[in-house]
Ligand binder design. Structure first.
Ligand code: URA
Length: 442
């Protein structure tokens, strides 16, 4: 009882210190994270501290200490048995984001081991694990030994999130979610980077999205987040790069689990899906250069292109699907992937240029069709979604094909059509498009 009171008083001092703009020491930050993870510090005090951090911010050293304390709050993965060439990637989340499905096999085919943990989708954004489960039989549950063994033999492995990695983040994220303290740069940096540091890869690349469909809508906020994550990762001894990319419209042409797997396979077969391929080459080249496997970006991109052209990247995907219990034949014969029974073409309502496609809106259409989760427990239909036929800057003619909706039945397809049309904007003038890749921080 007395013990609890002592802790309560000290935590109050620390909340007041941060509330008044003070700087927390490394010891104080460790005390907070260890105490909160053990359950000694109650949610109401941690909420107050998060709000104080939201308003007062943290300096770079505080953010680094917070990240390290959160990374050390649970298990850490030791990838050293796999050697130095290990890499990981994180995206701040977007609509139609199937980048990992292309990037991981592509980089693995160049000899860099991708040992990754990924999440399921919630709300309008999809999760890599749901997408991979489009391969019949595919599993993301495995022991730690199996994780390392698959990484070694297949060149890459994607497992589900482990509750024992950075448990402080799990607790804190749930708290921030209900206390209005998610959009705080130090709290986001420490949340993302604690999980990445605990996952053990030597090289980490980050895809920080900006625009209407992104977490960081303003480009300057996306760059601040990118710079801080790169800085914390470097201070923790990792090779780091962050690419800031556009999420003003969905990435690529497909939104929906199995549809996105098909598109990823198309890129690995050599098809050019403009923004998606460019993103994978940029992230991949940064992994190769930062990890020391290639001397510069030009050489790295050429090597990645060769691995697509000679089929080795696609072969890596098949090896990984097989190693995780999935039917690898679907990599070469995509008719084995789930396909929705109804496909409804959406016609352009007018002549003109497409000037905007609301990414969050398209994500919502896919969710309404059954492709996304409204709650963590919802079951999802892997076959449904949207194939965009026209993207921003494309010219369309009234009655021409704008999109194809993949649905479980005609009724949901009709509802989705009305909503999808509301996501498009048209104009007689060709729109000015900012570059897809806004910049690289390293
Ligand atoms: N993603 C995370 O993992 N944490 C955040 O705080 C925000 C996005």
């Amino acid at each position: 009882m007395i013990f609890l009171e002592v802790i309560a008083v000290r935590m109050t001092d620390l909340i007041e210190k941060k509330r008044d703009g003070g700087v927390l020491s490394a010891g104080e930050i460790r005390y907070i994270i260890e105490g909160y993870t053990r359950g000694d510090i109650p949610d109401y005090q941690m909420s107050a501290l998060c709000m104080a951090i939201y308003f007062q911010g943290m300096n770079e050293r505080e953010t680094t200490e917070l990240t390290l304390a959160m990374a050390a709050s649970g298990d850490t993965v030791d990838l050293s048995p796999l050697g130095e060439l290990t890499a990981d990637k994180h995206s701040t989340g977007g609509v139609g984001d199937k980048t990992s499905l292309v990037l991981c096999p592509l980089v693995a085919s160049c000899g860099i081991i991708m040992a990754k943990r990924s999440g399921r989708g919630l709300g309008h954004t999809g999760g890599t694990i749901d997408k991979l489960e489009s391969f019949p039989g595919f599993s993301v549950e495995m022991s730690r030994e199996r994780f390392l063994e698959n990484a070694r033999t297949a060149g890459f492995v994607i497992a589900g999130q482990s509750g024992t990695l950075a448990p402080a983040d799990k607790l804190l994220y749930a708290l921030r979610d209900v206390t209005g303290t998610v959009p705080s740069i130090p709290l986001i940096v420490s949340s993302i980077m604690s999980k990445k540091l605990a996952s053990g890869a030597h090289t980490i690349v980050l895809d920080v999205k900006t625009g209407s469909g992104a977490f960081m809508e303003r480009e300057e906020d996306a760059f601040t987040l990118a710079r801080e994550m790169v800085s914390v990762g470097k201070l923790a001894g990792r090779n780091m790069a962050a690419v800031v990319t556009d999420m003003d419209q969905p990435l690529g042409y497909t939104v929906g689990n199995a549809l996105e797997v098909r598109e990823a396979i198309a890129v690995l077969r050599g098809e050019d899906v403009p923004d998606l391929k460019e993103l994978c080459l940029t992230l991949g080249a940064n992994i190769l250069v930062r990890s020391g496997a290639e001397k510069d970006e030009t050489a790295a991109r050429a090597r990645l292109e060769r691995c697509i052209a000679d089929g080795s990247a696609l072969g890596r995907l098949a090896a990984m699907v097989k190693a995780q219990g999935g039917d690898e034949r679907a990599v070469y014969d995509t008719s084995l992937l789930p396909l929705a029974p109804v496909q409804r073409t959406v016609a352009a309502p007018e002549d003109g240029y497409v000037t905007a496609i609301d990414a969050k809106g398209v994500g919502h259409v896919s969710m309404l069709l059954g492709g996304g989760r409204a709650t963590k427990e919802s079951a999802i239909d892997l076959s449904v979604g949207v194939v965009l036929r026209a993207k921003v800057g494309d010219r369309v003619q009234k009655g021409g094909e704008l999109a194809v909706i993949h649905a479980a039945d005609g009724e949901s397809a009709a509802r989705a059509e009305a909503e999808l049309l509301g996501c498009y904007r048209f104009s007689a003038e060709m729109p000015q498009r900012p570059p897809f890749i806004r910049g690289i921080v390293s």
